[in-house]
Design a binder for this molecule. Structure first.
Ligand code: 5GP
Ligand code: MN
Length: 322
């Protein structure tokens, strides 16, 4: 069995909220990654088995490479169906905030969540949760929100409802937030949960191939260009910087998700301890940061780029020119 970490009072409160609710909305952060999508879709699936009406709303359109996840095609991106998404939030009895700790992380979806009379529940693993929910289940020591969802559902006695479908979503989030179990992966419980999910029929190899092993020619060429031509190293400071301008991204028909993982590459060089990737969007520059060891990139992103994240993986925005 896995260790018990979630406070019993939180589980009791959550059970009461779920019991009282029929219409449930699940939200996650902008530019959803495997964990945001996996935790949301996994929870949605299980709550649907309980007879609830559940909708997953993402702030923007999810990346193509995660559309293989069960239920992904039913997601309602706020940026695309704003009026419908607003109505769903307004009519919801319960709104989940998954894989984010601050309302600004859902961008323009924020006001619809804040003004809704629904009970709000955060389940998240980022440090310093902001108090915008009625119930906050925040465990930064857990490597992914998807792992937390597994823990929460199990504690709610819903383990039997985690089948291959829900398990595929959950294992995807566990995998992507640990770089396929290569960092934040010292928790032995990860492997017990992984084993349980595989026993339920989840195909780990298939998930790995979808998430890490499929790319278009443009995507491969863009990453090669970025590393060959745009990676600047500052060995004295132990830092690497990669920047990609709009024109460069357009040259390779950039799509969301194409440069996922690019920022990690320079950290393979022994003396490089932190790495920045700057991507020019239409009205700001997206900053992604990674580090090895104790170098806190979330601090840098919070102080200089209005962002945050984890010690070794963070991001933010720079409002200025490249
Ligand atoms: P990525 O570099 O993959 O976009 O983001 C890495 C991690 O940094 C995310 O999982 C998230 O925790 C955090 N992060 C990325 N962008 C932002 C941002 O704009 N604001 C905040 N608060 N966190 C971010
Ligand atoms: Mn996460």
């Amino acid at each position: 069995m896995i260790t018990k970490i979630i406070d019993e009072k939180l589980i009791k409160q959550l059970l009461a909220f779920v019991e009282e609710s029929d219409k449930i909305v699940i939200t996650c952060h902008i530019a959803p990654d495997g964990d945001a999508m996996g935790s949301s879709l996994g929870l949605a699936y299980v709550l649907e088995q309980l007879g609830k009406t559940v909708k997953v709303i993402t702030p923007d359109v999810p990346p193509k490479h995660l559309m293989f996840l069960p239920g992904a095609k039913e997601i309602i991106p706020f940026s695309k169906y704003e009026d419908f998404a607003k109505k769903l939030c307004e009519k919801a009895d319960l709104i989940f905030a998954l894989d984010y700790n601050a309302i600004h992380r859902v961008d323009r979806l924020g006001p619809s969540i804040e003004s809704s009379k629904a009970k709000k529940v955060m389940i998240d693993h980022h440090e310093g949760p902001e108090p915008f929910c009625d119930l906050t289940i925040s465990y930064p020591e857990v490597s992914s929100t998807s792992m937390l969802i597994f823990r929460v559902l199990t504690r709610m006695a819903l383990f039997p409802l985690i089948d291959k479908t829900a398990g595929t979503c959950i294992l995807t989030g566990m995998m992507t937030d640990t770089g396929n179990f290569s960092y934040n992966c010292a928790d032995p419980d990860l492997y017990i949960v992984e084993s349980e999910l595989i026993k339920k029929g989840v195909d780990k190899v298939a998930i790995y191939n979808k998430v890490y092993n499929e790319a278009s020619a443009d995507e491969i060429r863009l990453n090669s260009f970025a590393l060959a031509e745009k990676m600047k190293l500052y060995p004295a400071q132990g830092v690497a910087v990669i920047d990609l301008t709009r024109a460069e991204l357009n040259r390779y028909n950039y799509q969301k998700g194409y440069t996922e993982g690019l920022v990690n590459q320079p950290l393979r060089i022994p003396n490089i301890t932190y790495s920045f990737y700057l991507r020019e969007e239409t009205d700001f520059i997206k900053v992604s940061a990674r580090s090895k060891g104790h170098f806190a990139v979330n601090d840098i992103c919070a102080r200089h780029f209005g962002g945050g994240g984890h010690l070794n993986a963070a991001g933010g925005e720079f409002h200025g020119t490249m």
